[in-house]
Unconditional design. Structure first.
Lengths: 289, 244
C-alpha cells in the first residue's frame, strides 16, 4: 500500500462512524466560536475571567440537569451571576480583583461538586469536567449550533464596537458608546461560549479554548481582522487534529484538542515571522515595545 | 453665547479623599485652555468630570449648553488619551484608530461610508500621517502617536477636544509640531482643554490657563497664571518645574 492510500484511509476511517462525524462538527464549531471571542479576551486581559466563568458554570449545569432544563440556561445564570458577584465584591471591599476572582470561582465550582454528589447519575460528572464529544446527543448538537451561531452573529454585528472598547474604553465613552454595555456583552458572550465548548473539552479545559487561539493569532499579525480569521483557523485545525489523534491513538479528545492548540501556540511563539523568539534572538527588534 | 465648557462648583470625592473642591471653570468657544497642576492635583478628575466618567458630589457640568451625556451622544467631545493609558501593542493600524473617531456617526455595525473615508483621509493629511496610515499604531514615534489621536478627534469633527498630557513622552521638536497643529485648528469651531504639567508650551498654546490644586488656585492669561509666586503655591518650588 502506498503512502497516499494510507493517508487517505487515516482520514476516511473515522468518518465511517456517526459519532466521529458529530464529534468533528461539535469540536470545530465550538473551537471557532471560542477562538473569535478569545481575540478580545486576550487584548482586554481577561484570561483569568475566562477561567473563572468556565468553572463557575458547574452548579448551573448540575441544576439544569436536576430540573430538566437545557445546559445553557443554568450556565448563563451562574456564569453571569458570578461575574456580577466578582464585580460587586471587588467594588465594595479592599480585596484585589484576582483574589476576588479566585474566591468566587472556586466557591462556585465547590458548590457544583457538592450538588453533583447529591444528583443520582454520578457518571455525568466526568463528562461535564472533561467533555464528552464522542457521545453528544441530537439535542446537544442543536443547542451547540444555535448558541455558537448566536455568539458569532453578535460578534460579526458588533466587532468594531468590541474592538474600540478593548482598545480605548474612554474614547468609546466619549462617543456615547457605553463601555459598561460592551463589557456586559463580552461577558455574556463568554458565558454562552463556555456552554458551547463545555461539550467538546469539558469545564476544566474550556479556558484553553478561549485563550490559546487568540494568543496564537496575536503573535502572527498586526491587524485585528486578520487576528480573528487566524484564531478561527487555528482553532478549527486544532479541533480536527485533536479529534483524529484521539481516534487513532485512543486518547482523551478534549486533551488532544487543547494539546493541538498549545502546539500551534508554541510554533507561533518560536517561528512567527515578526514576533518569533528564534528570529528575534538573531535579529533584535528595531522598534521598542 | 453659550460657553464650550462650563463647570460650576464641582466637588468630587473618592471615598474619603477629596479630589475636587468646588471647582468652577468656564471655557468660551474657540479658546485653548491649559489645565495646570502637579500629579494628584485633580487634573485627571476634572477631565473625567467633563467626560462624565466620575459622579460629582456637587456641581454641574455643561458642554456647549448640554449635559455631558447629551454632548457625548451628539459626538461633540473628542478625547486624546495619555500615552500610558494606551496599549501600544494592540493590533490596530493608524487608519483604524482615526476611523474610530467616526463611530458615533455610523450605524450600529460601524460600517464606514464614503463620507467617513474622506474625513479620515483629510484628518490624516492634516496631521501629516497620510504616509503612515497602514502602520501599526505602536510602530509610530511618540509625537506621531499623539498626532494620530489628534487626527481621530479631527475625523470625529468634535467641537470640544480634551487632551490629557499631550506632551508626555514626546521630544521637543514634536511638541512644537503638535502645538502648531493644535493652533491651526479653526478657532471659531474648536475649543481645547489641555491638561499638562509641562509649562514650557503653555504660553504658545493656550489663551487661558487654570492652575489646579484640588481647588482653583489661579485662572487667567498664561502670563498671569505662570507668575512665580502663583506657581510656588501649587508646586511648592520657587522655579517652574521640569517636565516629567
Amino acid at each position: 500500500m502506498d503512502t497516499l492510500t494510507v493517508l487517505a484511509q487515516w482520514f476516511a476511517q473515522p468518518l465511517q462512524f456517526e459519532f466521529m462525524r458529530r464529534a468533528l462538527l461539535v469540536a470545530v464549531v465550538a473551537g471557532v466560536a471560542c477562538a473569535v471571542l478569545s481575540c478580545w479576551l486576550t487584548l482586554v486581559g481577561w484570561s483569568l475571567m475566562g477561567d473563572a466563568v468556565s468553572h463557575a458554570v458547574l452548579p448551573g449545569v448540575v441544576l439544569s440537569y436536576l430540573f430538566g432544563l437545557p445546559f445553557a440556561v443554568g450556565a448563563l445564570v451562574f456564569g453571569s451571576g458570578s461575574v456580577a458577584l466578582i464585580g460587586t465584591v471587588n467594588r465594595t471591599s479592599r480585596v484585589k480583583e484576582d483574589a476576588v476572582i479566585g474566591v468566587v470561582f472556586t466557591a462556585m465550582f465547590a458548590l457544583g461538586l457538592v450538588l453533583v454528589s447529591r444528583v443520582p447519575s454520578q457518571t455525568d460528572l466526568s463528562h461535564i469536567l472533561f467533555g464528552n464529544v464522542l457521545g453528544v446527543s441530537d439535542t446537544d448538537i442543536l443547542q451547540i449550533l444555535v448558541l455558537a451561531a448566536a455568539v458569532l452573529a453578535v460578534a460579526w454585528y458588533k466587532h468594531r464596537d468590541l474592538t474600540l472598547y478593548a482598545f480605548d474604553p474612554v474614547h468609546a465613552h466619549a462617543l456615547g458608546i457605553s463601555p459598561r454595555l460592551m463589557e456586559t456583552l463580552l461577558l455574556g458572550m463568554l458565558s454562552v461560549t463556555v456552554v458551547v465548548a463545555l461539550q467538546a473539552v469539558g469545564i476544566i479545559l474550556v479556558v484553553a479554548m478561549v485563550i490559546i487561539p487568540g494568543a496564537t493569532a496575536y503573535l502572527l499579525t498586526d491587524r485585528f481582522e486578520r487576528m480573528l480569521a487566524l484564531a478561527a483557523a487555528v482553532a478549527a485545525a486544532a479541533a480536527v487534529a485533536g479529534v483524529y489523534a484521539s481516534f487513532h491513538l485512543n486518547v482523551s479528545t478534549g486533551g488532544s484538542i487543547v494539546l493541538a492548540q498549545a502546539s500551534a501556540f508554541a510554533l507561533a511563539y518560536l517561528f512567527s515571522p515578526r514576533q518569533g523568539v528564534l528570529w528575534r534572538r538573531r535579529r533584535p527588534a528595531r522598534t521598542v515595545r | 453665547m453659550t460657553p464650550a465648557i462650563e463647570v460650576t462648583d464641582a466637588t468630587v470625592r473618592y471615598g474619603d479623599v477629596l479630589a475636587l473642591d468646588g471647582v468652577s471653570l468656564t471655557v468660551p468657544r474657540g479658546r485653548v485652555c491649559g489645565l495646570l497642576g502637579t500629579n494628584g492635583s485633580g487634573k485627571s478628575t476634572l477631565f473625567k468630570t467633563v467626560l462624565g466618567l466620575v459622579r460629582t458630589d456637587r456641581g454641574r457640568v455643561h458642554v456647549l449648553g448640554r449635559t455631558s451625556a447629551a454632548a457625548r451622544r451628539a459626538g461633540l467631545i473628542g478625547y486624546v488619551p495619555q500615552s500610558e493609558q494606551v496599549d501600544w501593542a494592540f493590533p490596530v493600524r493608524v487608519h483604524d484608530v482615526v476611523m474610530m473617531g467616526r463611530y458615533g456617526r455610523m450605524g450600529p455595525r460601524r460600517r464606514p461610508r464614503p463620507d467617513d473615508r474622506r474625513a479620515v483621509e483629510a484628518a490624516l493629511e492634516r496631521t501629516g500621517l497620510a504616509e503612515l496610515a497602514e502602520r501599526r499604531i505602536g510602530a509610530l514615534s511618540g509625537g506621531q502617536r499623539k498626532r494620530a489621536f489628534v487626527a481621530r478627534a479631527l475625523a470625529q469633527e468634535a467641537d470640544v477636544l480634551l487632551l490629557d498630557e499631550p506632551f508626555a513622552g514626546v521630544d521637543r521638536r514634536s511638541e512644537e509640531t503638535i502645538v502648531d497643529l493644535l493652533r491651526s485648528l479653526p478657532a471659531e469651531d474648536t475649543t481645547l482643554l489641555v491638561s499638562t504639567h509641562d509649562l514650557a508650551q503653555v504660553p504658545r498654546l493656550c489663551d487661558d490657563a487654570l492652575l489646579l490644586q484640588r481647588r482653583v488656585l489661579a485662572h487667567g492669561t498664561p502670563a498671569h497664571v505662570l507668575r512665580p509666586e502663583v506657581l510656588m503655591e501649587a508646586f511648592g518650588v520657587r522655579t517652574a518645574p521640569e517636565a516629567a
